[in-house]
Design a protein around this ligand. Structure first.
Ligand SMILES: C[S@@+](CC[C@H](N)C(=O)[O-])C[C@H]1O[C@@H](n2cnc3c(N)ncnc32)[C@H](O)[C@@H]1O
Length: 233
């Protein structure tokens, strides 16, 4: 299985730089307008990589588990809007996201289900999933749940990202990250992370690409980027 590489991401920054610039500007403006009432989680690398990979893939069906206030939701929906194709199915126990996502983005391309995704597996369009995004419960049990119940139902090869893995050089013991990393190693699956703590050379390379393209001004001030990207085996 081909892995997602930093070179691929760098070339996508080049290819989609104009659209990305527009999304970055509108996301930055959204944060300014909302101030502290908007709690955003993904950092710029994580959000931009998600946007760029979605632009490249042009998926019909995206599944997002863990929306919180909708920061990742807005980035994903921006990619689907710019692709002119695709539907996002989002899941969260809390529904703050519903009040946050602008109508222009949600339009007819978004379905939100409120509740514990473990109790709503039948609402996840598993077999049709083209891209899977997970940023939810960061405990080991939840990771075991999706490895045992969700991953086997999603097509092999599906690009997938999981947040909160590399807060440091290694995942925290007994965390979601440690369970996922062990599983990826067992399955021989390579991953890419923009985590500055784990892979500072990746962050450095992408920062240089962004600087060349005039994309250095932060959207949100954060260098916390523990997400991993891989293809499901
Ligand atoms: C870190 S936040 C998501 C942040 C969001 N992706 C962003 O970019 O701002 C994690 C979210 O996962 C949700 N969550 C936790 N366990 C869940 C479960 N079992 N089913 C659905 N959502 C869950 C929480 O309610 C919380 O809103």
């Amino acid at each position: 299985m081909e892995s997602i590489t930093v070179e691929q991401v760098a070339s996508l920054y080049q290819k989609y730089q104009d659209d990305l610039r527009a999304v970055r500007d509108s996301q930055r403006q959204f944060l300014r307008d909302r101030g502290k009432t908007m709690k955003a989680q993904l950092d710029d690398y994580e959000a931009e990589m998600t946007y760029l990979l979605l632009r490249d893939l042009r998926p019909e069906v995206v599944v997002e588990i863990g929306t919180f206030y909708g920061w990742s939701t807005m980035w994903i929906l921006s990619a689907l809007r710019d692709n002119g194709i695709g539907h996002l199915y989002s899941f969260d126990i809390v529904d703050n996201v519903v009040r946050n996502v602008p109508e222009e983005l949600s339009a007819d391309r978004w379905t939100f289900t409120k509740g514990d995704v473990k109790q709503h597996l039948e609402k996840v369009p598993t077999e049709k999933t083209d891209y899977l995004f997970i940023d939810a419960d960061h405990g080991a049990r939840f990771a075991h749940w999706y490895i045992d119940n969700l991953f086997p139902a999603v097509p092999s090869g599906t690009p997938t990202s999981v947040h909160d893995v590399f807060h440091g050089r290694r995942p925290k013991p007994f965390s979601e990250g440690s369970v996922v990393m062990k599983w990826l190693a067992e399955k021989n699956v390579e991953f890419l992370t923009p985590s500055t703590a784990k892979a500072p050379e990746v962050t450095k390379q992408l920062a240089a690409v962004k600087a060349d393209l005039g994309l250095s001004e932060p959207v949100r001030e954060s260098d916390h980027n523990p997400m991993i990207f891989f293809h499901l085996p």
